[in-house]
Design a protein around this ligand. Sequence first.
Ligand code: ATP
Length: 354
Amino acid sequence: METHPNNNNNLNLNIDNIRAIKVLGKGAMGTVFLAHDIDSDPDGNYPFALKVVEKSLLKTKHNDAERRARWEMTVLASINHHPFLPTLLGSFEAHDLLGWAVPFCSGGDLNVLRYNQNDAVFSSSAIKFYLAEIVCALEHLHSMGIAYRDLKPENVLVQGSGHVTLTDFDLSRKLSIRKKKQPAVGFGSSDSGSTNTFREFKPLPPTPPPPQRRNHLTRILTYGSGLDSGLRKAKSARVSPRRASFAGGKRSNSFVGTEEYVSPEVVRGEGHEFGVDWWALGILAYEMLYGRTPFKGKNRKETFRNVLMVRPEFVGQRTSLIDLIDKLLEKDPSKRLGHFRGRRRLKSMIFLEG
Ligand SMILES: Nc1ncnc2c1ncn2[C@@H]1O[C@H](COP(=O)(O)OP(=O)(O)OP(=O)(O)O)[C@@H](O)[C@H]1O
C-alpha cells in the first residue's frame, strides 16, 4: 500500500473527515474498515485500515475490554517502524467510539491464503519465508518486552508486497525482562494488581471526547450501510483471560490465547513468558504444512490434554522444516527452540537452510 505522504505516527484523526469505504473484517473487539481522510486525501488514493471499537459494546463484553483496546493502541504507538509490524497512522476518540488507523494489508490473512492453495497447504519454501518474517516481528516485540500471545494464521496479515504484518495486540503483555522484581504491566494489570506505568511506551496524546452527535462511522455501525460484507473472523475460539495467581516479575500467569495454539505452560497455569510465542509459531508452521493443527481434540478438554501429553504426529519424510517444528513444539519451555540463546539456532534453521 502507498502511504500518505503526510502520515506521521500518532496523528490525531478528525472523525468528521473519515469516510469508510468498506468493512474489511469484524473481530471480537471491533470493526475494521478500509477508510480514507476526505480532507488530506479526497479521492481515497491512500486508504488505511481503521479499527473502530464501540465503547458501549466493550463494556458489555468483558471488564477488561476497554483497557485492552487502549493497550492495543499503546503497543501500536510504541512500534517504531518495523517491516513486519503495523505502524500507528493515527487515532481518535469520540464519546461513543475509539479508533485507530494502520496501513491497509491488501493480501488477506494467512488463513485465507492457505485455503487458496492447492490442498489448503503451503510449500515448505513458502512456510519458511513466512516463518522468517514472523520470527523477525516476534523478536522485535520481545526486545520491547512484549509477549504477543495471540499468534495464529488469522492474525498474520499479508501486505500488498507479499510481506507479512502481525495484527491484533490486545492480548499481548508487557513482561519485565531485566528487573525480576518489577511486576508485569499491560492490559492484564489486573493480574498483577499493579498500576500500569508503560515506562518505555510513548503514551498516546489524550483526545477529549467531542460533544455527543452522530458521525459517519457511528451511523454505519448503528444502521449499517451496505459496506458490511458480513465478514467475521473465521474459526479459532479464544480462550478468555482468567485470573491465576500472580508470580510477579517476568512471567505472566493469565490464561489467554486461542485453544489450539495454547502452550502447555499456559494450560498448566504455571506462568509463562516469551516461549508461548515460539510454541504458537510451531503450531502455525504445522498448520501451514499439514492443513490442521496438531493437538485438536473433540472438545477443549481433550485439546488441552493433547497439548500436555501427546507428541505431534509428523507424516512423511523427516525434513529440516519438520525438525524445526518439532523443536518449537517442545513441551518444556526451557528446552524449546527460541528459548534465550536458542533463538540464534532458530534463525539459522530458518534462514540458512534455504
Ligand atoms: N491492516 C489491516 N488490513 C486489512 N485488513 C485488516 C487489517 N487489520 C484488520 N483487518 C481485518 O479485520 C479483521 C479483524 O481485525 P482484528 O483482528 O484486529 O480485530 P479484533 O476485534 O481484535 O479481532 P479479535 O476477534 O481477534 O479480537 C482481521 O481478521 C482482518 O480481516
